[in-house]
Design a binder for this molecule. Structure first.
Ligand code: HEM
Ligand SMILES: *[C@@H]1O[C@H](CO)[C@@H](O)[C@H](O)[C@H]1NC(C)=O
Ligand SMILES: *[C@@H]1O[C@H](CO)[C@@H](O)[C@H](O)[C@H]1NC(C)=O
Length: 198
């Protein structure tokens, strides 16, 4: 997450103070990363995953706005554009022309290593474009698109699509909340590596 903070600040988005250093783990367990939410989760699965970390539905919608920045590999959304299910080749919640574009970037037999696409059209600018794209059926991950499937989450998506200021305020509030999630062992001196024990 420290990495995400850095790009946010470089991309002209909101800045904020984090109350205390975030504690990171000293070891990385595959069994723990398995608990990360999947990009194919529905709203109830996302809500469960966030509530297990003390985060609300509003935090879910605000923090998903982190997808205003960055890139995704084909592997993270290919199930939406090829053999989606027994009746639909393509996820019907995808805008059809957008789905065609994704198919051309990620053909069924993709030969290009690291192929993929930016998460929104202004992927280096921290703005509310992500929410506008969800309303148009142009979200990359199913976990983003499903945020309009329930009335509560849809209202928040519409609110953030209409008001960048409301998005910034909610995002900062939820980032501060997320940064104080307990569970780590130490505050790192260098965010990329565990501290040396001397
Ligand atoms: C809601 C649950 C979330 C899911 C299911 C999810 C899923 C993903 C996936 C699958 C990728 C692309 C990985 C790849 O193919 O390379 C990604 C990228 C990214 N996510 Fe999330 N994410 C979630 C929440 C968040 C949150 C809370 C933030 C930050 C506040 C965030 C920020 C990012 C950023 C910045 C990238 C781009 C990274 C890059 O360019 O390398 N995501 N996410
Ligand atoms: C979400 O997915 C879970 C697990 O597949 C399923 O049990 C549940 O019914 C789904 N909820 C909705 C609202 O689709
Ligand atoms: C395929 O997905 C669509 C949209 O989610 C759904 O309406 C349809 O019932 C699904 N078909 C099957 C066979 O699961």
């Amino acid at each position: 997450m420290v990495y995400v903070y850095t790009i946010l600040l470089q991309s002209g988005g909101p800045g904020w103070d984090v109350p205390k250093g975030r504690k990171d783990g000293r070891i990385s367990k595959a069994s723990e990363t398995i608990q990360l939410p999947s990009p194919s989760f529905n709203v109830s699965q996302l809500q469960k995953s966030f509530s297990q970390r003390g985060l609300s539905l509003e935090d879910l919608v605000a923090l998903s706005g982190g997808h205003t920045l960055g890139f995704s590999h084909c592997s993270s959304f290919r199930n939406r554009i090829h053999n989606f299910n027994a009746t639909h080749d393509v996820d019907p919640s995808l805008n059809p022309s957008f789905a065609s574009k994704l198919k051309s970037i990620c053909p069924i037999r993709n030969q290009i290593k690291n192929a993929g696409t930016t998460l929104d059209a202004s992927s280096t600018t921290f703005d509310n474009t992500y929410y506008k794209l969800i309303l148009q059926g142009k979200a990359i991950f199913s976990s983003d698109q499903v945020l309009i499937d329930t009335p509560n989450t849809k209202n928040l998506v519409s609110k953030f699509a209409t008001s960048q200021d409301a998005f910034y305020k909610a995002f900062v509030k939820s980032m501060v909340k997320m940064s104080s999630i307990n569970g780590g062992q130490e505050i790192r001196k260098d965010c990329r590596v565990v501290n040396l024990i001397s």
